[in-house]
Design a protein around this ligand. Structure first.
Ligand code: NAP
Length: 259
C-alpha cells in the first residue's frame, strides 16, 4: 500500500482524500491543516478518518508521497520537509513564486518531485499537440489561448493557459514574455493573445486557436468534474514511485506512456 500524505483541505485536498479512500492500492497517511483549524471541523475529521494534523515533519515521515494542494505560501516548507524525510512530492499549486519553485528544484536533488500547474493527463497531451502545431504552422496563423474558469479563481490567465503559451512560444524559439498579448492589445504576426473568462462554477476549459486565412485549427480541453485533478494527482504519485530524484511534470508522464 502506498501511503499518501495530503496537504491542503480545500476543494482539491478533500477530493483527493475521498479518492484515496476508494483506491485499493493507497492509504491516507494524513491530512495536513493549519494548527488553528485542528479540532474545529468534525466533517473534515470524519473524511480523513481522524488522520488530521498540523505537524509537517510527522506527516512527511509517515508518507511515501506528499501531495501539495495548498496555496503558494507553504510550498517551500513542504518541499524541505519532503526532502528531509525522503518522501516523494507531487505539487499542484499554481501561482508559485521563485522561492517556492527554487525549493522544489532543490528538493529534486534528493527526492523525486512532480510539479505541474495542471495535473490532468488530457492537458499534458494538449500541451504536446500545441507545441507540434506551433512549430508546424507559420506566423500567418493568428494564435489565441482562451480559458474559462469559475469565478473563485484568483490567478488570470490560468497557470495552464500560461503553460500552453510557453510551449507554443518555445516551439517557435521565442519566449512567452516576447509574444504575450492580452485580449484587447494589438497583436503582431506570431503573437499569442490570451482571452480570459470567469463564469459560474466552470472547473476549467482551455482552447488553443490557430486562425489562418482559409482554415482554423482548434485544440480544446474541458474538465467536466474537478475529480479529474484528484485522479491525476494520485496517478502522478503512483508514477513517481520508484523514480530516481529529479524534477518531473505531467509531460514526463504522457511521454513515457506514448513511447
Ligand atoms: N495542478 C492542478 O491541476 C490543480 C487543479 C486544481 C487546483 N490546483 C491548485 O491546488 C490548490 C488548491 O486548490 P483548491 O481549489 O483546493 O483551493 P482551496 O479550496 O482554496 O484550498 C486551499 C487549501 O490550502 C490550505 N492552505 C493554504 N495555506 C495553508 C497553510 N499555510 N497551511 C495549511 N493549509 C493551508 C487552505 O487552508 P485554509 O482553508 O485554512 O486557508 C485550504 O484548505 C491551489 O493552489 C490551486 O491552484 C491545481
Amino acid at each position: 500500500m502506498m501511503k499518501l500524505g495530503v496537504l491542503g483541505a480545500g476543494r482539491m485536498g478533500r477530493e483527493i482524500v475521498a479518492q484515496i479512500a476508494a483506491a485499493a492500492d493507497c492509504e491516507l497517511a494524513g491530512l495536513w491543516i493549519r494548527e488553528s483549524r485542528t479540532g474545529t471541523d468534525g466533517a473534515l475529521g470524519a473524511l480523513a478518518g481522524g488522520k488530521l494534523g498540523s505537524d509537517l515533519d510527522e506527516l512527511a515521515r509517515r508518507s511515501d508521497v506528499l501531495l501539495d494542494f495548498t496555496l503558494p505560501g507553504p510550498t517551500a516548507a513542504i518541499a524541505l520537509a519532503a526532502a528531509r524525510h525522503e518522501a516523494r512530492l507531487v505539487c499542484g499549486v499554481s501561482g508559485l513564486d521563485t522561492t517556492a519553485t527554487d525549493a522544489l528544484q532543490a528538493a529534486a536533488g534528493s527526492i523525486a518531485v512532480l510539479y505541474d500547474r495542471n495535473i490532468s493527463v488530457g492537458v499534458a497531451v494538449l500541451r504536446e499537440l500545441t507545441a507540434i502545431a506551433g512549430a508546424a504552422l507559420d506566423t500567418s496563423f493568428a494564435c489565441e489561448i482562451h480559458e474559462t474558469h469559475h469565478v473563485h479563481k484568483l490567478d488570470a490567465p490560468s497557470g495552464t493557459a500560461l503553460k500552453l503559451g510557453e510551449a507554443l512560444a518555445a516551439s517557435r524559439g521565442r519566449t512567452l514574455q516576447e509574444l504575450r498579448r492580452d485580449e484587447h492589445e494589438a497583436a503582431r504576426p506570431g503573437d499569442i493573445r490570451f482571452v480570459v473568462r470567469r463564469e459560474g462554477d466552470v472547473p476549467g476549459e482551455h482552447t488553443v486557436r490557430f486562425a489562418g486565412r482559409n482554415e482554423t485549427l482548434l485544440l480544446h480541453h474541458a474538465v467536466s468534474d474537478r475529480g479529474v485533478f484528484a485522479e491525476g494527482a494520485i496517478s502522478a504519485a503512483r508514477w513517481l514511485a520508484g523514480r530516481p530524484p529529479g524534477l518531473y511534470s505531467m509531460r514526463d508522464v504522457v511521454r513515457v506512456r506514448a513511447e
